[in-house]
Design a protein around this ligand. Structure first.
Ligand SMILES: Nc1ncnc2c1ncn2[C@@H]1O[C@H](COP(=O)(O)OP(=O)(O)O)[C@@H](O)[C@H]1O
Ligand SMILES: [Mg+2]
Length: 245
């Protein structure tokens, strides 16, 4: 990890199947994360979205995996990934501000205070900077975790339900912020929410136990307008696909 490396974006190829206690979890999933694009993986809970994301991040999973994951440049992915887990994984003993820049502390580096303060402003937590995570609401905690991920800013950014605990207004604001700050990064966004996908996906895959179904995203750059007819139609179509799956 480590921020600021603006090398050419990375693309990633994922291919494989997973089994959970003898039962197939997903079969023959092929997922290409294109350089500099947001790929949205949309699906109902339990379908294996977090498992795919954790496989790419090389973290332990609750399944057996048969497949392969590779970067386009043939180099290892480790050290180039910023990962935002579904659980916020904030350190309870550290302040909000310290949590945002914890990566630097772990690397034995001095935190970049202006970068951190700027992010705290952007996620609306400046007044809470000195608090401990236990003093925050779930949505505020999720914004700390988002700020920490944006602070890290690896070439490949893996976001697991990053907006799930946010109220509708804050969710829209954080979608805008993430789109702005992760421009030119390769992003995998895992979500159960069609709004996230319709606003942020350059490409959108709906995941079921049978694999991935690619949906046409709305036209236009991201973040797409929340109230444009096209965004709303896409959202509705995705919800329909999810319900039929
Ligand atoms: N903590 C866990 N313990 C045991 N099994 C788990 C655990 N987490 C996930 N699983 C299994 O892995 C499957 C896929 O989970 P996951 O990848 O987290 O799905 P999603 O992110 O789409 O909700 C689940 O349906 C469940 O069978
Ligand atoms: Mg999950």
């Amino acid at each position: 990890m480590g921020h600021g490396s603006d090398t050419l974006s990375l693309s990633v190829h994922f291919q494989g199947s997973a089994t959970h206690e003898g039962t197939p979890l997903f079969r023959g999933v092929t997922l290409d994360l294109r350089a500099g694009e947001w790929t949205c993986l949309l699906g109902v809970s339990g379908v294996g979205k977090s498992t795919i994301l954790r496989l790419i991040a090389d973290l332990p999973i609750h399944a057996e995996f048969d497949g392969k994951i590779s970067a386009s440049d043939g180099q290892p992915l480790s050290g180039r990934i910023a990962y935002m887990a579904q659980q916020d994984l904030l350190l309870p003993w550290a302040t909000v501000a310290e949590n945002v820049s914890i990566g630097d502390k772990l690397r034995g580096m001095r935190p970049d205070q202006s970068r951190r303060d700027d992010l705290l402003v952007k996620v609306g937590l400046t007044l809470h900077a000195a608090k401990k995570p236990s003093e925050l609401s779930g949505g505020q905690r999720q914004r700390v975790a988002l700020a920490r991920t944006l602070y890290e800013g690896g070439d490949l950014v893996l976001l697991d339900e990053p907006f799930s605990a946010l109220d509708a207004r804050t969710r829209a604001d954080m979608q805008d912020l993430a789109a702005e700050l992760l421009r030119s990064k390769t992003v995998l966004l895992v979500t159960h929410d069609p709004t996230d996908a319709a606003r942020l996906g350059h490409r959108i895959a709906v995941m079921t136990s049978d694999g991935l179904n690619w949906s046409d995203p709305p036209n236009g750059p991201i973040p797409r307008d929340i109230d444009s007819a096209e965004t709303m139609q896409s959202q509705a179509a995705l919800l329909k696909t999810l319900r039929a799956a």
